[in-house]
Design a binder for this molecule. Structure first.
Ligand code: SF4
Length: 508
């Protein structure tokens, strides 16, 4: 491509502006963007960041953070999506602009509820942590100064004076390391985490933090800023929601939040039908436990239940043959005879597995989809019990599942505040007797995987659920079925396909 000299000047001026605006590859995102962009770019930047954050989430549950595999996979995604991936490795100001604008768009979309905020915060923190750790020492220093976190590095004299204490109070340090590393004098309020974990030397109200731990302080600072910013953004939402061009896009973006799609796993066929009753008690989330119980009791589920439960079972590893056997055995114990099952129901199960119709490999429903769409009516057992059950019935159910009275109170409080996924997380903690589940729950199959991992003593099951990378498209297609704001043609196609599928399930 050839540029005229005027165009070259214009490009140079633009690069100059960007250089001033984005002096670092890393940002705290303190100032919102002010430039005008088209709706098409708005959407494309947002979708790319959403893809990136989903990868961050997926890698976070599949690999130990900071391992080589984690880092190389994340770097390759950053490269692929054209976000800044190595600090100042390239003066790519367009990537920094994209990073800046896309962060603010998703901030708008994900400030709308506590669980969205929580998810967004977690992924942004993981992304920031990775990128900060990739900086060279020199660039870290520059960044700290840029964001006004320039802590005072102690001089050699003071370091020598405190050497014994620094060595004794800083885990993993010997005298040589103390001599090599720079130490910072940081106010206690900024170093609470390190202080609590007894990782730093404290004197006269200051923590002496080695350079290698400075990321903890920076991350704390970033978390506080971002949490506050999300709360503030939420307050300004009404004015944005009145914009009919932006609101559907934001709504679509936030409903698209799902994480891995759990459609591809290596444990297909590893679960036997005999195990399902026990698994439903130990490792199914409440929504699926309820569906399983209803199926066993009435030997039937209406189509909403069959879809929700059938795809979940597929996600935990039931093969098509197993699914056909499972549903048939149960249905013929009720009012459906074998012939009617083969004619009326088997087709739809094969359809679920992509063996009929348009051969779409349908993915299990995420919490967001279950909570936001197709509420159950009389005689239905699908939906999310935390969202769709009467609180008194929910209480009775939890009592029958031996949840402690104080645990039930906590869960009901969360439900009252409409924090359904958090209520489910609390249920997970109580049912598994753990203090903190350490992940953000957003999918019934994630619940199952995490439960199995915990019950099997931490064996790495998660990797089995690692997806091949095309989950985003599948997720979006299913997530958008009830959205009137479907912005892409691929989603529109998927809607049509799903309508086709739903038609096969209309027989109750
Ligand atoms: Fe199921 Fe999700 Fe509701 Fe938990 S929060 S019961 S996993 S839909």
């Amino acid at each position: 491509m050839q540029f005229s000299s005027r165009e070259r000047q214009k490009l140079a001026r633009l690069a100059g502006d960007r250089r001033e605006q984005y002096p670092h590859s890393l940002q705290f995102y303190l100032e919102p963007p002010t430039e005008s962009i088209s709706l098409v770019e708005f959407e494309s930047l947002a979708v790319d960041r959403l893809k990136l954050l989903k990868v961050v989430e997926n890698l976070g549950v599949s690999y130990v953070r900071n391992t080589d595999t984690y880092k190389s996979k994340l770097e390759s995604e950053l490269r692929k999506l054209k976000f800044p991936y190595k600090a100042l490795a390239e003066d790519d100001y367009e990537a920094r602009r994209k990073d800046h604008i896309s962060h603010f768009i998703l901030r708008l979309a994900y400030c709308q509820s506590e669980d969205l905020r929580r998810w967004f915060l977690q992924q942004e923190m993981d992304l920031f942590r990775y990128r900060f750790k990739q900086l060279s020492e020199g660039l870290m220093q520059k960044f700290l100064e840029h964001v006004n976190l320039s802590f005072e590095a102690i001089g050699e004299d003071l370091k020598n004076e405190l050497a014994d204490e620094l060595c004794a109070s800083t885990p993993g340090f010997n005298m040589t390391k103390v001599k090599e590393q720079m130490f910072y004098k940081v106010g206690l309020a900024d170093a609470v985490d390190l202080f609590r974990a007894r990782r730093v030397f404290i004197k006269d109200g200051f923590a002496y933090v080695p350079f290698k731990e400075i990321d903890v302080i920076v991350l704390n600072n970033y978390r506080t800023k971002l949490s506050k910013a999300l709360a503030l953004t939420a307050r300004s939402l009404p004015s944005i929601q009145s914009d009919e061009r932006i609101q559907p896009l934001l709504s679509h973006l936030s409903h698209s939040y799902v994480g891995p799609d759990y459609s591809v796993q290596k444990n297909t066929g590893k679960i036997s039908l005999e195990q399902i009753d026990a698994l439903s008690v130990k490792s199914f989330p409440l929504c699926m436990r309820q569906l399983h119980r209803a199926l066993r009791d009435s030997h039937h589920l209406r189509h909403g239940g069959r879809m929700q439960y059938g795809l979940f079972l597929k996600g935990i590893g039931l093969t098509l043959e197993q699914a056909l056997e499972f549903w048939k055995k149960e249905f013929i114990r009720g009012k459906v005879d074998a012939d009617k099952f083969d004619k009326g129901y088997a087709y739809s199960i094969r359809h679920n597995y992509g063996k009929e119709g348009k051969r779409t490999d349908y993915t299990p429903y995420s919490c967001m989809k279950i909570i936001m769409s197709n509420p159950p009516s009389q005689g239905d057992y699908h939906g999310c019990p935390f969202r769709h059950s009467d609180p008194e019935l929910l209480k009775q159910k939890l009592q029958s599942y031996k949840i402690s009275p104080s645990g039930i109170t906590q869960i009901l409080e969360l439900v009252k505040g409409m924090h359904y996924q958090l209520a489910c997380q609390k249920y997970f903690e109580l049912a598994h007797d753990v203090d903190d589940i350490g992940f953000s729950l957003n999918h019934p199959n994630q619940y199952f995987t995490e439960s199995q991992k915990l019950l099997s003593g931490g064996r790495e099951l998660k990797k089995e659920f690692n997806n091949s990378g095309n989950f985003q498209q599948k997720n979006n297609s299913q997530e958008s079925i009830n959205s009137s704001s479907t912005p892409t043609s691929s989603n529109a196609t998927a809607d049509t396909e799903l309508e086709g599928l739903e038609a096969y399930f209309t027989e109750d």
